[in-house]
Design a protein. Sequence first.
Length: 305
Amino acid sequence: MMYQITGQFKQIEQLPADGAGDMTALTLTPGEWEEQKEPLGFPSSAGLEHRQIRRCRTEAHPKYIFGSLCIPDRKQLLHPPLKFVFYVNARFLIFVDDTGTAGQTISRLLHRYDDREMSPEFFLSAFLQEFLNEDIELLEKYESHLFLMEERALRGNIKNLLTNILKSRRELTRLRNYYEQMKDLARDLSGNSKDYFDSEKLQVLNSLSDRADQLQGIAQQAIDYCQTLRDFEQAQSDHKQNKTIQFLTIMTSIFFPLTVITGWYGMNFSYMPEINTRYGYFIVIAVSAAVIAFELIILRLRKMI
């Protein structure tokens, strides 16, 4: 698909003539790119860059600019991201994509800016902006989710809390890194190292960089909040463990005197005073109960139970 992005923004059927001065955006599959890159003015070596796409970035080459986009799936952030690349020279902005993402994005822009004046600089900024537009709402959902986890933890419900915290932190970290890469990509493009764009108009990319920076800050705050929740969960777990140990200690303390009594009367010497006493058994029971009652009173006065 071909789009005129200088002057009136529209889909076109054929490339403009050489020397027209207009920039054209194209979406090509990797196979189409290999066939058409040289007729479009790119060297035969162009294309090796997108063998492995790991992050959003740009590279300036002698006759073109290469860029890659690695976009997290907002519905499944821990799954592999969407990946495609773009190439820029003096006449063309070409998206090499076999996922259909670039074409769908341009279609949305065409619907929004149809029959309006367009420039390559504004088009590039608007295109990249599409991958950040709904992220404020996404981060707000994460904040609400973290607040809910905190409320449950304050009520003492810490079941699966650590698992949920770690999952949220991994997802937020992926988003934060993505925003940082988009910020760097926008700054690199606004540098206009190859003079393919109008430097004054290219300043629209500053708003993209500022937005990515803002989103990165919000994501980092949410990550820090995850760490706070993790510390709270650890404190709750430690408190629960301490309560358990305290309970076991108290129980051991209560029954230790009974253990002594049991051991003492378990020796079965022939001349033990209570062995032949008619009520000796009940006397030992009464003494044991009295010892337990006395211990409970002492523990209650010391506020240990």
